[in-house]
Design a protein around this ligand. Structure first.
Ligand SMILES: [Fe+2]
Ligand SMILES: [Fe+2]
Length: 138
């Protein structure tokens, strides 16, 4: 599965789309790394990309949560529960032995991102689109 941005993923809010595109960009780099399928030691690259994924996740969820709180979005609590669930998944992933399970950890990261796109962006993030647009946020 290639991780490519499509217009149907747009939440119609420029800053949010920009951040989501970053997730796709990280995802495609993980995919490329996995596609190499070589026998080289990729530990440093894997550890670095995981770091980026973690930092991005925390930053992006925080950004959305602040925006929802600021405008009194009614779906905030449930939305945050999903964010927290993804952060927990990330903490589990972090316990993977990146050095000895290199392919496995990349596959796990890809599946984390795929779940995030199909299970969260396309369903839960989409729900705030009209709410924010109605308040002049694009
Ligand atoms: Fe999001
Ligand atoms: Fe979200």
């Amino acid at each position: 599965m290639a991780i490519k941005w499509k217009d149907t993923y747009s939440c119609n809010i420029a800053e949010i789309d920009k951040q989501h595109k970053k997730l796709f960009e990280i995802g495609s780099r993980i995919y490329d790394l996995l596609s190499l399928g070589d026998e080289f030691d990729r530990y440093d690259e894997i550890a670095q990309i995981f770091d980026e994924l973690r930092n991005y996740t925390i930053f992006h969820f925080g950004y959305e949560e602040e925006l929802m709180k600021k405008y009194g979005y009614e779906g905030y609590e449930n939305h945050k529960i999903e964010h927290d669930f993804f952060v927990k998944k990330l903490q589990r992933l972090e316990k993977t032995d990146f050095d000895n399970k290199q392919t496995e950890s990349l596959v796990e990261m890809i599946s984390f991102i795929a779940d995030w796109i199909t299970g969260h962006i396309l369903k839960t993030d989409m729900k705030y689109k009209d709410f924010f647009n109605a308040r002049g946020i694009y």
